[in-house]
Design a protein around this ligand. Sequence first.
Ligand SMILES: NC(=O)c1ccc[n+]([C@@H]2O[C@H](COP(=O)([O-])OP(=O)(O)OC[C@H]3O[C@@H](n4cnc5c(N)ncnc54)[C@H](OP(=O)(O)O)[C@@H]3O)[C@@H](O)[C@H]2O)c1
Length: 322
Amino acid sequence: MEYRKIGKWGIRVSEIGLGSWLTYGQSVSESESAKQIEYAYQYGINFFDTANVYGLGSGEEAVGKALHKFRRDSYVLATKLFFPMGDGPNDRGLSRKHIFEQCESSLRRLKTDYIDIYQCHRYDPDVPLFEIVRAMDDLARQGKILYWGVSEWSSKQIEAAVDTAKGMNALPPISNQPRYNMLQRDIEEEVIPTCKKLGLGQVVFSPLAQGVLTGKYAIDKPLPEHSRAADNRLSGFIRQSLTRENLLLVEELKAIANELNISMVQLALAWCLRLPEISSTIIGATSINHIEDNQKASGLKIPREVLDRISDFLNNRVMSHK
Ligand SMILES: NC(=O)c1ccc[n+]([C@@H]2O[C@H](COP(=O)([O-])OP(=O)(O)OC[C@H]3O[C@@H](n4cnc5c(N)ncnc54)[C@H](OP(=O)(O)O)[C@@H]3O)[C@@H](O)[C@H]2O)c1
């Protein structure tokens, strides 16, 4: 496993990170969740991502339980807040009140004294940036978080957060967690260059487009049993990307993976990691085999000539999402 710095900052994360949305503490049983997280850790994955809202706390609990047995300084734990955790008027968003209260709840569920990267799951237009930056900076000064980051913020919002922090002599966000994969590349135009200029690294989510880029979904074939797309409780988002155009494209990408003698998954992850601005690709997994296959993408260099071909190919095709 290879490790990268997050932007200009000192902390290093594994090129393949492991997330827990829809999986650990939710669709994957508690004992199996622990097995998979431990397996990933043994393989050198040191970056684990979760969120308070995943299973309304059960995702964090599963991750905390599994990692608890390892030395705390040997892994980087990231969680998030923003989405509603209850029905009350203060049970959501990025107010100082909610940030402080959710940080305490996350620490308890994660069985730890500190969070390495505390991420704002979305931008909150109802809270002044000053309030958010001050709350994050105070948590950092208290030692409850080491760094903070954002997720799915626009380049303008990220720029404003860094400016605000500078004006307050406070800790700025160090990372951005956007969606990024061969089928969804919107961050290339503005978000990546802005973050590069400001020193933030990208820890990208859904690098396999939730499984579409594994090659296991095929045109006119039934959905594979036990897959995310086949489960009505989990398929809300993935189904939007399971279009005929995307599946045709994956078929062609599979041929390139075959040429290189690597799996489609490894091609998709190594393609994200071709950019030095990507600090980590946060994968999801529902079996140990997934982790074993996916972690092999770390350190894999796709030849320049093949990258150029992929780039021409992706630029000339229309990706479609319903
Ligand atoms: N910040 C945000 O708003 C946000 C949003 C989404 C996700 N995230 C983070 O990013 C993480 C990853 O997201 P994601 O789960 O969408 O990532 P992904 O890696 O694109 O998709 C993961 C899914 O693909 C399938 N898969 C993975 N490896 C496979 C393999 N080798 N062979 C066959 N199938 C394979 C599995 O689904 P099945 O086995 O179930 O088919 C797995 O759960 C999340 O856990 C979360 O931590 C953050």
